[in-house]
Ligand binder design. Structure first.
Ligand SMILES: [Mn+2]
Length: 475
């Protein structure tokens, strides 16, 4: 059994508002599908964010159809889940259209059962079905993207309940803490490693845009966890090259990004092997200087190191009296021929007296950090479920909410009062304030683990929490 595992295509995206980037993203998708077909795979997985938005333009849909025709003509089924970018709460989505055309099959929760050569389903409750893909004896399970607060509540773990006893492949579009290190999801993961359902031979993941693999020997799970990363370079962090030019350096240094090329996996016997996809050179340039003259000179010097067909994001840094205006730099590269460049400024107008920086932990309470974390990752989510989310958050951090917000007047004050006071006086956050917060932090994981251990009470029917979740949650 051989299959392709693709994720985070973001088809339809015009990065930097540049139409040529639309073509780049499409080209990468076409190359990945062509290489999969050429490798003679039995099926193809797209683990979320095939599209950049949930309502792609007619042009994007046309291009997706054209590319997905390639495997269909060879009888190679494509299985997909929706990611955070392309999921929708509407009745009908672009995925329904593609499915109707026989171009792909989505797996997960559905209102209607599915039957056919490549699909199976099981009734969970009234008009709720778990739908999976099948190729021979192999089942391909999955669930579209959900936020952590939808999947894990106290000791209720929706994923474990849904996929209990299932085998084969599990496709998810979530950030798993274990593999999120050095990614934007480091502190904003959706799932802990220990929360994943065990028993699958391969975990086909999407959402983290850099390539990561964790072997069963590292995780204790039954199969490897794999993120192929996005097919194109979606942000500065994913640049192909980094140019650094500090105030000390006489010459700029050009480095290749250690994350390497972009691509996807061809998986044989559940062992992923990386397949490169050609992408446009993307340069992240950082220039430090102590004067406008120095910065301008260095920009000119560096420009010859950037290939003409590249994208360049140039960040200017330093301390310069009066600051700088980016408009003063744009003219420098006007005739450079570089396909697209943009300047960003991290120049400060005056010297900062203290180099000390307050950490997030010192600035915000745990409750505030949790709220910020969710807002940072999922701003879209809140048009719908904000009140529900807030009550979930309040519940979870009941003990951390200032007493006055919970109970009018006669509050059960004491342990948290100190923290509240320091927050209100607004002066520097003292050690006094940190202490109770730390204690609370240390207590929490222990409590969760205890709940975990208690949990496995195998019931023949859906656990009550799953039933409740199915009733409440939108598909
Ligand atoms: Mn993505």
């Amino acid at each position: 059994m051989k299959f392709a595992h693709i994720a985070d295509v973001h088809l339809g995206r015009e990065q930097f508002n540049q139409p040529f980037r639309y073509e780049d993203y499409l080209k990468a998708f076409r190359e990945a599908i062509e290489k999969s077909v050429k490798a003679n795979v039995d099926f193809i997985l797209i683990a979320g964010d095939l599209f950049h938005v949930s309502r792609p333009s007619p042009r994007t849909i046309r291009d997706a159809v054209e590319v997905l025709e390639l495997p269909r003509r060879k009888g190679i089924p494509v299985f997909a889940i929706e990611g955070n970018h392309d999921k929708t709460i509407r009745e009908t989505s672009v995925f329904d259209l593609l499915e109707h055309l026989g171009l792909l099959y989505t797996v997960g929760l559905k209102k209607e059962p599915r039957k056919g050569e490549f699909q199976g389903s099981k009734r969970l409750s009234e008009n709720r079905y778990l739908v999976w893909g099948k190729v021979g004896d192999l089942e391909i399970h999955g669930l579209r993207h959900h936020t952590r607060w939808q999947l894990i509540r106290g000791d209720a773990n929706v994923l474990r309940a849904l996929f209990k006893g299932k085998r084969g492949i599990l496709m998810l579009h979530q950030a798993i803490d274990y593999l999120a290190k050095d990614t934007p999801y480091q502190d904003a993961f959706d799932l802990r490693l220990s929360e994943l359902p065990d028993g699958f031979s391969y975990y086909a993941l999407g959402h983290i845009h850099v390539r990561r693999i964790a072997e069963p020997s590292q995780t204790g799970l039954s199969g490897p966890l794999a993120y192929p990363g996005s097919l194109e370079r979606t942000e500065v962090r994913e640049a192909s090259h980094i140019i650094r030019y500090s105030t000390r350096d006489k010459k700029p240094k050009v480095l290749e990004n250690r994350e390497g090329p972009k691509g996807f996996y061809i998986v044989e016997d559940f062992q992923p092997e990386f397949m490169k996809v050609e992408t446009r050179p993307f340069y992240s340039v950082r220039i430090e200087g102590n004067s406008k003259v120095e910065l301008r000179r260095k920009v000119e010097e560096v420009s010859s190191l950037i290939p003409k067909d590249a994208i360049a994001v140039i960040t200017l840094e330093g301390t310069i009296k009066g600051g700088i205006a980016l408009a003063e730099f744009n003219d420098l590269l006007k005739d450079s021929g570089i396909r697209y460049y943009t300047f960003r400024s991290r120049v400060v107008g005056e010297a900062v007296l203290s180099k000390e920086r307050l950490s997030e932990e010192e600035l915000f309470t745990e409750w505030e950090r949790e709220l910020l974390m969710h807002l940072r990752v999922e701003p879209k989510e809140f048009s719908e479920g904000l009140p529900e989310f807030v009550s979930w958050l309040m519940e979870r951090y009941e003990k951390g909410i200032p007493a006055k917000a919970m109970v009018p007047k006669k509050a059960q004050v004491a342990p948290e009062a100190g923290k509240e006071k320091t927050a209100e006086t607004g002066e520097r956050v003292t050690k006094k304030a940190k202490a109770p917060e730390k204690a609370a932090k240390e207590k929490k994981p222990g409590k969760e683990e205890k709940n975990h251990e208690k949990k496995p009470t195998p019931k023949p029917k859906n656990p009550a929490s799953l039933d409740a979740w199915l009733r409440r949650d939108k598909l």
